[in-house]
Design a protein around this ligand. Structure first.
Ligand code: ACO
Ligand code: KIV
Ligand code: MG
Length: 555
């Protein structure tokens, strides 16, 4: 890189005064019109463009999502593109509330071929473009301003005339001064006004003027200024739909679209998950869900996000990034302990409040709204804490560990994650839990037991058990004021354990085998340390006895 980049790069300057801009104090209150250009701008950016079959899969998914305007291709570009448009029309695959759009350069043969592809369509948008910026005028076309304007007018005239030859179709037109953001604003306006003059839009039959950031060359606030300037100065604002088409070269395509809406944009063109030329088109998923999380219906349905991701990945042959907003497989996941703790508390508070309002630490959207389970919300590695581990056991096995047991188990998990230096799957955490608290057996095992009222007192209980220790069976007997204390006394007496019960808890399991109950016991040992026992059984009394044996196994 250069130490003095100013010798190579020039800062962008808009060229008009927008110090009286109004967009910063506006808010967006409803969804814009959306156009998916996945099958055109997205498709033209793929190493292997979609075949008809993949386009069909994508198109059907876009319908499911609720897109009403879909740019289905560039039919003059290839036979595949042409055939796909024909298939949609001939097989009557476009419902009345959906409008397909096709793109064409401003060239007679290409425009005619585009109209040919649309024969028999009930309604369609023909999208004409030509680049207008000084760079493109000079380098790509070798044309001056007047010639470029004439190119646009020739194209618009052809659109009008070709449409007139197919009167059974309800035609709409879109014009893009390609490279709009790099064009002198007054020249972009002049070209659009010339196109307006040819196509004569009305409020009933407006012209879509698409103002693309073909390459994102400045900040999103500059785009907003450009859009507001254009909306203020275009001659027949009520007869044009202002469409925004941000690309993402500076990584601010979403911001540009959102500020552009504040500045007067009516419609957004983009692709799912931001596929498209170079860094991509603006991402319709992010835009839609950004609205949703502000309480505004996006009029797009992403409630089956996983299926949408799978379909897009299949058709584009490009993975969706794991951190992609709202859609990536890690975006609802917290690995770190303090995040996990806050989320767990957030869910508990949410349940308690029961007002339906989503106000959740670290989670801007309810994963359930996108068809995701809560399982992935917390995942455990060496960055995790007790709260997250407890959450996993609660989610997967319905265990609600007492606080000190959470601390005890999290230390054991930490040892494993430190040693393995990787994430622990929930099955591994469960296995570690069973192992740590001897749920599948240890030195001491219960063969049978019974309890009875002690003969010498109405309140005292007697525990009579048959225990096996390291293969040797024994009968044990103990007294206490309950089952736990009498069972502890029986073990203490017979095996000299000296356990003292400090805490006890139990609850029915809420996951897995719902008829089961779990008992937790915390005991003090002679050296004043703590040992925990867990018992799970169909019978709560047996679960308690198992918890006592589990604690003995922990010595
Ligand atoms: C910003 C965007 O996304 S624009 C859309 C871009 N999409 C695509 O290009 C995908 C489909 N394109 C294609 O299949 C082909 O490029 C075609 C069929 C359109 C044209 O193919 P070709 O005739 O072989 O030309 P080529 O691909 O080299 O295009 C460059 C020519 O188009 C001209 N051109 C570019 N844009 C336009 C336009 N909007 N109107 C008129 N001419 C244009 C260029 O000046 C150049 O002309 P030249 O050969 O006289 O110098
Ligand atoms: C064809 C136009 C609208 C385009 O894709 C762009 O300018 O990015
Ligand atoms: Mg584009």
């Amino acid at each position: 890189m250069l130490p003095n980049p100013e010798t190579k790069y020039r800062p962008f300057s808009l060229g008009v005064d927008m110090s009286d801009r109004t967009w910063p104090s506006k808010t967006v209150a409803k969804a814009p019109r959306w156009l998916s250009t996945d099958l055109r701008d997205g498709n033209q950016a793929l190493a292997d463009p979609m075949d008809v079959e993949k386009k069909m899969i994508f198109f059907n998914m876009l319908l499911k999502v609720g897109l009403k305007e879909i740019e289905v291709g560039f039919p003059s570009a290839s036979q595949t593109e042409f055939d796909f448009v024909r298939k949609l029309i001939e097989e009557n695959l476009i419902s009345d509330d959906v409008t397909i759009q096709v793109l064409t350069q401003s060239r007679e043969d290409l425009i005619k071929r585009s109209f040919e592809s649309l024969k028999g369509a009930k309604q369609a948008i023909v999208h004409l473009y030509n680049a207008t910026s000084p760079l493109f005028r000079r380098v790509v076309f070798g044309l001056d301003r007047a010639d470029v304007l004439a190119l646009a007018v020739r194209g618009a005239t052809l659109l009008r005339d070709e449409a007139a030859k197919q009167p059974d179709t309800d035609w709409s037109f879109e014009y893009s001064p390609e490279t709009f953001t790099a064009t002198e604003p007054e020249f972009a306006l002049e070209v659009c006004e010339a196109v307006i003059k040819v196509l004569k839009p009305t409020p009933q039959k407006p012209l879509i003027l698409n103002l693309p950031a073909t390459v994102e060359v400045a900040g999103p606030h500059t785009y907003a200024d450009q859009i507001e300037w254009f909306c203020r100065n275009v001659s027949c604002r009520d007869s044009v739909v202002i469409s925004l088409h941000p690309h993402n070269d500076r990584g601010t395509g979403t911001a540009a679209a959102e500020l552009g809406l504040l500045a007067g944009g009516d419609r957004i063109e983009g692709c799912l998950f931001g596929n498209g030329e170079r860094t991509g088109n603006v991402d319709l998923v992010t835009l839609g869900l950004n609205l949703y999380t502000q309480g505004i219906a996006p009029e797009l349905d992403f409630s089956n996000m996983r299926e949408i991701v799978r379909t897009v990945e299949h058709c584009n042959n490009i993975p969706v990034h794991p951190r992609h907003p709202y859609a990536g497989e890690l975006v609802f996941t917290a690995f770190s302990g303090s995040h996990q703790d806050a989320i767990r508390k957030g869910f508990a508070a949410h349940e308690q409040r029961n007002d339906g309002i989503w106000d959740m630490p670290y989670l801007p959207i309810d994963p359930a709204d996108l068809g995701e389970s809560y399982e992935a919300v917390i995942r455990v590695n060496s960055q995790s804490g007790k709260g997250g581990i407890a959450w996993i056991l609660e989610q997967t096995h319905g265990l609600k560990l007492p606080r000190r047991l959470q601390i005890d188990f999290s230390r054991k998990v930490q040892e494993i994650t430190d040693a393995t230096a990787r994430e622990l799957a929930s099955a591994e955490i469960w296995a570690a839990f069973q192992d740590a608290y001897h749920l599948n057996g240890g030195r001491y095992g219960l063969i049978a037991y019974e309890q009875a009222a002690a003969v010498h007192s109405g309140t005292q209980r007697t525990f009579v058990g048959r225990i096996v220790k390291e293969g040797v069976e024994a009968s044990v007997i103990g007294h206490g004021n309950g089952l736990i204390s009498s069972a502890i006394e029986a073990l203490n007496d017979h095996y000299g354990l000296e356990l003292e019960v400090m805490d006890y808890g139990q609850h029915a399991l809420t996951k897995g085998s719902l008829s089961q109950a779990v008992a937790y016991i915390e005991c003090k040992t002679p050296d004043d340390s703590r040992v925990f026992g867990i018992g799970i059984d169909d019978d709560i009394a047996t679960a308690s006895v198992k918890a006592v044996l589990s604690a003995a196994n922990g010595l």
